[in-house]
Design a binder for this molecule. Structure first.
Ligand code: GLC
Length: 476
């Protein structure tokens, strides 16, 4: 089977969040588990990727990509690793920028990228059985395949899967962009038009053979108005082709037993060594080095749907008690300032790292006692699984993938693998933290609990198999 993944980001080459983790691990897992398959990935060649991987990148060829009235240079580079072939689309005008997204011409940049993906298939001599696109940055690849290339038998037989990693990011543009920017025909307007915009996610949902999202719970949640960011009509209409597959994580990359970044390596059997990671983290944060105070961490994009209304509301109250709080993330300026402010008001209790830093994140996963994810919505969430690998206890709201992966601790039976709360309510969140702290004070029980959650299998094995079954069902 030949599978081509398309995404705006993927580890280790580029990353702004969870999508990059998935693209960095699912293709690898498929290649490892199904050796007969040919798994390839296409990504933009951002300036940062070019710099960091200069020595490894192989130049393949270049051509001109035509889209609407534009004729643009397109270089193609490749890297092979872990049984996967990665291609990179080069055009410095579009991708030599300081950030991956959030530029004024994102629509044009990713239209070029998606068009290039479809255009280069004959040149790389790879017509996949399955084209697997992820989020709006690659949605147009499915649209071009179906709307502009279906006259060609080699393209027509390709089956398509579209994965929604987060319905909040839909790729919405003014209607005037239909032909001018995206090169789509007026007769295809109804495919992409939604609420007086061009909506690329809507277009991909309409055109894809199957649609998946990254947890089962989220697949049903997004058919309701509260979670769908306006797309519930479309998602309900096409519900028969939608299903949820929970993400896995890369258990080799996230493994405290041989993680070179953390202060001290440990596993479930030697969990008492985790203390040393806590000490290092407290030193790094300039917080009092104490073993007896609960250290609660958050690593997150600073956006509203991650649950920051609750944190903003209740953190000042929570800091009147004996706790330490560490945050890592960037995002909305108002939230960045809130955490800077908290840090300056409570320098002995709060440390806010307003940055995006993979290595530091591992030190936090290893050094914290508890990990907080009070998301309003959470398609899957990876951090609750990553922190578990490091024996750090997740405290989550019961939504999306958080509800699918974390079962509440039962103090009578000892069952469960974290602490949860149901309603989007700050005091319910605080209550969940306090329940975790109650167990924390019972040192032996706590250590056993932390050791137990480290043993849970959050690898890709089961979920990669589910994707493989969907691919197969499309070919049958
Ligand atoms: C997005 C979602 C997150 C999910 C990730 C990978 O970042 O917000 O919940 O885990 O994509 O699918």
């Amino acid at each position: 089977m030949k599978v081509l993944f398309v995404s705006g980001e993927g580890l280790p080459f580029s990353s702004t969040g969870g999508l990059a983790d998935v693209i960095g691990s699912l293709p690898k897992a498929l290649a490892a588990n199904y050796e007969e398959d040919d798994i390839r990935v296409i990504l933009p060649l951002y300036a940062s990727t070019k710099e960091k991987f200069a020595a490894e990148l192989n130049y393949e060829f270049s051509k001109t990509v035509n889209l609407a009235w534009r004729h643009q240079y397109c270089g193609v580079f490749s890297i092979k690793r872990d049984g996967v072939t990665y291609y990179f689309i080069d055009n410095e005008f579009y991708f030599k920028r300081s950030t991956l997204y959030g530029q004024y011409d994102d629509g044009e940049r990713f239209a070029f990228f998606s068009r290039a993906v479809i255009d280069i298939l004959p040149d790389i001599d790879f017509f996949p059985d399955i084209l697997h696109c992820n989020d709006w940055q690659s949605a147009l690849a499915i649209l071009y395949l179906r709307l502009s290339y279906s006259y060609d038998e080699r393209y027509r037989q390709i089956k398509t899967l579209y994965t929604i990693h987060n319905i909040e990011y839909q790729g919405k543009f003014g209607l005037e962009s239909l032909g001018d920017l995206f090169g789509l025909d007026e007769r295809d307007r109804s495919v992409v038009e939604y609420n007086h915009c061009v909506n690329l996610t809507k277009g991909a949902i309409v055109c894809a053979d199957r649609v998946t999202t990254v947890s089962e719970r989220y697949a049903s949640e997004i058919q309701t108005e509260f979670y769908a960011s306006g797309l519930h009509y479309v998602l309900r209409l096409f519900r028969d082709k939608i299903c949820g597959i929970t993400n896995g994580i890369d258990e080799v990359y996230y493994n405290p037993k041989n993680d070179p970044i953390i202060a001290r390596q440990y596993d479930a059997e030697t969990i008492e060594l985790k203390k040393e990671c806590k000490r290092e983290l407290q030193e790094l944060c300039g917080l009092p080095v104490r073993d007896d105070v609960p250290l609660i961490a958050m690593i997150s994009r600073l956006t509203a749907h991650k649950g920051f209304d609750l944190v903003k509301y209740i953190l000042p109250e929570m800091l009147t008690e004996d706790r330490q709080f560490v945050l890592l993330g960037t995002g909305e300026p108002e939230l960045e300032n809130f955490f800077r402010n908290m840090q300056s008001m409570h320098p002995k209790k709060v440390r806010a790292f307003i940055q995006y830093d993979k290595d530091l994140s591992k030190k936090i996963y290893a050094g914290a006692d508890m990990f907080l994810m009070p998301s309003k919505s959470e398609p899957c969430g990876l951090a609750q699984m990553i922190c578990s690998e490091y024996g750090t206890v997740p405290i989550v709201r019961e939504t999306g993938g958080l509800a699918d992966t974390i079962q509440p601790y039962n103090r009578y039976t000892g069952e469960g693998n974290g602490f949860t709360f149901r309603n989007y309510n700050a005091h319910e969140m605080k209550d969940a933290v306090e329940r975790a702290e109650e167990l924390y004070r019972d040192k032996d029980k706590w250590q056993q609990f932390c050791a137990d959650i480290m043993k849970i299998d959050f690898s890709w094995n089961v979920s990669a198999e589910k994707y493989r079954q969907i691919y197969q069902s499309l070919l049958d």
